[in-house]
Write a protein that binds this ligand. Sequence first.
Ligand SMILES: NC(=O)c1ccc[n+]([C@@H]2O[C@H](COP(=O)([O-])OP(=O)(O)OC[C@H]3O[C@@H](n4cnc5c(N)ncnc54)[C@H](OP(=O)(O)O)[C@@H]3O)[C@@H](O)[C@H]2O)c1
Length: 250
Amino acid sequence: MVEELEKIIFEVMKRAIIIGATSGIGKSLCGELIRKGYVVGITGRRSELLQSIRDQDPERTYAAVMDVRELSTLGTQCNDLVHQLGGLDLLIICAGIGIFNNELDHAKEEETIRTNVSGFACIADWGMRYFKDQQHGHLVAITSVAGIRGNGAAPAYNASKAFQISYLEGLRLNAEKSKLSIQVTDIRPGFVDTDMAKGEGMFWISTVERAAKQIVDAIQKKRKVAYVSKRWRMVALLLAILPYPLYRKI
Ligand SMILES: NC(=O)c1ccc[n+]([C@@H]2O[C@H](COP(=O)([O-])OP(=O)(O)OC[C@H]3O[C@@H](n4cnc5c(N)ncnc54)[C@H](OP(=O)(O)O)[C@@H]3O)[C@@H](O)[C@H]2O)c1
């Protein structure tokens, strides 16, 4: 009887995949979604970190080692993970890199483009096709306030985030045309205290826990765009209208 009940509860639980959950925002989102009752599939390249996260709640966490630059195998790997989870309601793309590259070494720029542009688009397209097939679902991606203007020290990073912002808007338009119950949420953090957030001049830095709570809140409210923390919206608006002669002085 208890086993039957547990089976029924498991079947009605929502399923999420987080692409890029071995550290930082993705890892914290995993904990937050489990607390909200989700079964979660986590991915990343560092298998030992995936395993240690999975060990904390093996019944609610599934893991797949995945490199988003390996475009030819991403679809199959995502399908396998969905099979393990028993379905998919929510796909969060969190994987990303940012490299300071004042010297404009193209190899570094290309790594960012392969991860944040090609890998991102490949996973997002796979997710949207999956949600269209099942006629419902929610795609979320962690972009950045950085996507609003260029950056001389990391040109590919800011440009890749601009690409993600525009791509998500395109996918949202595509979903709305289909009239299916598919949501697309663009999460734009300012600074969050993770391995990636290095460098000088940072301010209003969120803890990963606070950021994860705000992101899950935006997901539950089915926001189209959300800033983390919320006051970064003001910065984003200002950045968008700031004339170039003033922007270059920042
Ligand atoms: N921290 C901030 O201030 C901030 C601000 C705005 C936006 N963001 C965005 O938030 C997202 C998460 O970053 P974070 O701050 O949490 O940094 P993080 O701790 O470095 O996390 C990055 C995640 O991406 C995964 N990843 C990187 N390259 C990958 C690849 N080739 N294949 C698969 N997974 C890959 C990493 O996993 P593996 O290394 O194990 O593969 C890791 O789980 C990024 O998209 C970033 O641009 C961060």
